[in-house]
Design a binder for this molecule. Sequence first.
Ligand code: MN
Length: 754
Amino acid sequence: MNDTKVMDSIKAKYDSYMELIQNLFQEVINSIRSYDRSSDLSMIFKSFYFAEERHRYQFRKSGDPFIIHCLETAKILASWRLDLTTVACGFLHDLVEDGRASSEELEKLFGKDIASIVDGVTKIKKMHFSRIANQAENLRKMIIAVSKDLRVILVRLADRLHNMRTLQYLEVESQISNANETLELYAQIAHRLGMSKVSSELSELSLKYVDPQAYEEISRLVENEIRERGKYIDELYEGIKEILKSCNIKAVVNSRRKDIYSIYQKMKKREIQFENIYDLFAFRVIVGSPEEDEEYNPENGEYDISKDYKELESDKFVSDCYVVLGAIHSKWTPIPGRIKDYIAMPKSNGYRSLHTTVIGPLGKPVEIQIRTYKMHKRAEEGIAAHWRYKTEGLAPTDSWQFSWLRRILEDIQEFEDPKQLIESVRTDLFADEVYVFTPKGDVKVLPKGSTPIDFAYSIHTEIGDQCVGAKVNDISVPLKYELKNGDRVEILTRPGAHPSRDWIKYVKTSRAKSKIRQWIRQQERAESIKVGQELLKSELHARQLSGKVLLKSDELLEVAKKLNLLSVEDLFAHIGYGKITAKHIVNLLAPETAEKEERTAEHERSKKQQPSGGIRVGGIDHPFVRFAKCCRPIPGDDVVGFVTRGRGVTIHLSNCKEISGETERILKAEWDTKQDELYPVQIAIESDDKKGMLAELASVIANNGINISNVNVKTNNQQAKSFFTLEVSNLEQLQKVMKSLSNIKGVRRVVRRP
Ligand code: MN
């Protein structure tokens, strides 16, 4: 066939579905009209026509036009009696993913709500869920966390429900992976949301593909069992009717088989045989009659439960449930441990009912559930029942609905004032966690504020250590980037790369922190060993001892052991860190040279220009002490010792930025000002740029008895900034001169420079 003919046949095929498409659309309209008689449906028409046009001539694997899937999804949403916006999303939900419409287009045509719901659905669909069993819980949380609007989840559930109903058309591999995902994820979410009907349909459909043999076997056995017990069931039914009559309570009785998946689970969990499962079917007693309930609306067969946050109090049939329970127990013996009062203690998803298992007429156990109409509706429809379309009153984003969801998810039983709670599900539910993906689709849960570095270390220490860059959703980001829910993170590594000291400042996880610290420590140790070795060599050299011989001798190991060190390496590291002096070691190695060295050192010290003494670190005079160039401490300053990489101890101001965040390498330090030394310090003076200013500044400094070792002046727009390096002996002296300087007319600010 040529192209035109192909197109003609596609058109013909599509046209043959036209009647079905129109009928389905009419069904959606009818369904909406059953619970909403008055609203303007133009949004529904508009969204359907738009979707039909964009999906025209597109077919699914089943051979049906794609729009049928959209119609079925919308129909499911309407059967849950959701608002028009949500039903419209049923038509539109696949357009953005397929590239048949853009998010902007949807927003322009249908408004923000619809665009953002479709966006959310698209986002969830794009997530690749591999190895589901291990991370199902996180995935469930994640889906809820990325859904800004609860309706996103409802649309996604309807979408998945229709896909599961038509799963037979897919290839076996996709059938199984879809079924697994449905079982672990969507059936569970539906269950959490209290939508038991949806949840059990989803899990039954899934089981059919995940374990077809078990599915067939169980359904066959259940049907047989029910047929065989037919008479018994009739007897039970009559028995319950009699009980109800005797206590004069109106109720509906029905029996139903338990869903196949729950039987399957029970068999697996308890590892028991089918014959021993006595709750293959259950009786349900639904007490009260809706007609007598003032909240019941006979017009649409609906309860107005928009206001029934305290639904239990407004349910006048609750006590009847207990009356029926008592009457049943007086006729048939209950099995101990099988009586469950979910009315007084509802399940976390809001489910309320009384359950009991009794020994029935033929001596066989049977489960009976007792509940009111209202509880029944809630049990079947869950959160969807709370999302009813409302012509007036609560907007769908009203916080009580979200607090209700929050309660479900967090197992919280009561809320004092739901209004105080969250505005939106997304921001608050898992506020302190962020859910992100690996490139393979695994989920990682990290504390909020985590960066790609945290992510890298959460995968493997080596990936963290060698991390040189990161991509989020295929776009390069800085390593400081704060990860967001749903981000797909890819770490770029380079063999031989290593962590940066800065990382400590912005990682969130303790794992990343400790791994970075560990690397730095190792690195420092390696450097310290090298430096320690050099220091020892030069000390030996200074005393005309042979480094070559002594550094390799057993004597050195002896010295190390004397100092409680395990190895010669440890000894070098200690020297490098400045914990032991090379001089001390050489004194131990060659005591006969010690005195001579002492004299030399004396001589050296007297020649020194740079101050090195006047301070005590950790209680001892420290030969390796240096004064940090970054903050130039002077006597009187609050200082600490900082153990540098192999360069002994440096004295910093205790609030110096260079060492902020450090703890383990900080030593206590204090001034010992017996020695009269001069310390360089830099000050900056902001002043008017006028003639003679510099001379005046200099003379004030000189009058304070202070040497100036360097001056540098910058002028700009009649302003001058002068930088002086002064040699002072202590803080007091510095403060005094700074005060005199700031008293000069035209001087605005005098600051000490770090
Ligand atoms: Mn779909």
